[in-house]
Ligand binder design. Structure first.
Ligand SMILES: *Cc1c(COP(=O)(O)O)cnc(C)c1O
Length: 384
């Protein structure tokens, strides 16, 4: 019998989540309720932030963060060329222009030197992404952005518990935006969270995630009576999603320990493959959240990634690609801004030659050994 396939990601849900959801559905409060408030409090404590504001997705959180920092038409926002397209889309939806900066060949993160060079008079914010959980070089980035008076917004979609010195991702800039999509570190099905230590930003984000109401439901002196002072969205999280999130948080320590152990085991098992690059924390103070193990093949193409992927697929090894196109080279951004290949060489290398391997809590140590063996085998066959 062939071995069971190992998926890239699999949400870890059991009777705890089912019971928590049932409890919410048996009651009458489905939004604006106590479960969401409790989840926000628990998440703020985990990150060590003053405020955590639940939202409907990380993308919504990024857009609200930009709006709260008054980013709008005519403004530019620096964005890494290698990220989820959501990072750049959030800027576009504010009517601002994303200015793409190539990433560092040692980390996949936005290059601090590139940030410094790209900061200009129109730059309103710097949006950094901790690529696959590896923290950006925040000291160097903050030195440049602070000097220019630009806030830094962190895309922490894959960086739950990532650390930089004595601080946690989500507290390294003006706001941090997390994702609870099914295959991230933890899930609420769809959902996200914005963390910040800034009271004013928190108040604006709370208001603009819910239509721009001047008073939240519980604060209305006369029930049903409110005014609207801002152009808001409906970007709220509901009570069912928050109940799933709270149940997930109770297991998060175990999830993270499994990720790290799986990552370390796989890293060691791949150490002898000369053609594979794996990014490591470089600044001596960064700790990754080990979202996956990204194995990057040589830029010169002497190992053909498509042949490696075909063979892994045949062997039932799940994988993903983060991300398959440098964002400026996606059709939308090419058409809009006229980018062509060659301008973002590091992002283009990662897009064409990286393979994200699973290390999530659904993966057992014996699965890791199988993944390593199959990668060795696949690369052997894909050498030209
Ligand atoms: C998944 C992801 C997002 C989008 O998160 P959603 O919650 O699905 O909106 C944004 N940025 C990065 C880096 C991601 O990996």
């Amino acid at each position: 019998m062939p071995d069971e396939p190992i998926p890239f990601g699999r949400p870890q849900l059991d009777a705890d989540e089912i019971e928590a959801v049932t409890r919410v559905l048996s009651g009458h409060t489905l939004v604006h309720g106590p479960v969401t408030a409790k989840f926000e409090k628990a998440f703020a404590a985990r990150v060590g932030a003053e405020h955590a504001i639940s939202v409907s997705s990380c993308t919504a959180g990024l857009q609200l963060s930009l709006l709260a920092n008054e980013v709008g038409p005519g403004d530019e926002v620096l964005v890494p060329a290698m990220t989820h397209v959501a990072t750049a889309h959030a800027v576009e939806w504010c009517g601002a222009k994303p200015v793409f900066v190539d990433v560092d060949p040692g980390s996949g993160n936005i290059a601090a030197s590139g940030v410094k060079a790209a900061l200009g008079s129109e730059t309103r914010a710097v949006l950094v992404v901790h690529y696959l959980g590896l923290p950006c070089d925040m000291d160097a980035i903050r030195t440049a952005s602070d000097a220019a008076g630009c806030p830094v917004i962190e895309d922490c979609a894959l960086a739950v518990d990532a650390r930089y010195g004595d601080r946690v991702a989500g507290t390294l800039g003006s706001t941090g935006c997390f994702s609870f999509y099914p295959v991230k570190h933890m899930t609420t099905i769809e959902g996200g969270m914005v963390t910040t230590n800034d009271d004013a930003l928190a108040a604006t984000i709370r208001q603009r995630r819910a239509f721009g109401y001047d008073r939240m439901l519980g604060q209305r002196r006369v029930t049903g009576v409110y005014d609207v002072t801002e152009l808001g969205h409906n970007f709220r999280m509901n009570e069912v999603e928050a109940a799933v999130g709270l149940a997930q948080m109770a297991k998060l320590d175990a999830f993270q320990a499994a990720r790290k152990a799986n990552f370390d085991r796989l890293r060691a098992a791949l150490a002898d493959i000369e053609e594979v690059t794996v990014f490591e924390p470089v600044q001596g103070k960064a700790v990754s959240s080990h979202y996956c193990l990204n194995a990057i093949l040589p830029e010169d193409g002497r190992v053909d990634r498509s042949r490696v992927l075909d063979r892994l697929k045949e062997a039932g090894i799940g994988f993903s690609v983060h991300y398959p196109v440098a964002v400026p080279l996606t059709t939308y951004y090419r058409k809009r801004y006229g980018f062509s290949p060659g301008k973002f060489p590091v992002a283009e290398w990662i897009a064409s030659q990286s393979i994200s391997l699973p290390v999530g809590p659904h993966v057992r140590p014996e699965d890791i050994d199988r993944i390593a063996e199959q990668l060795h085998d696949s690369i052997r066959h894909a050498r030209s």
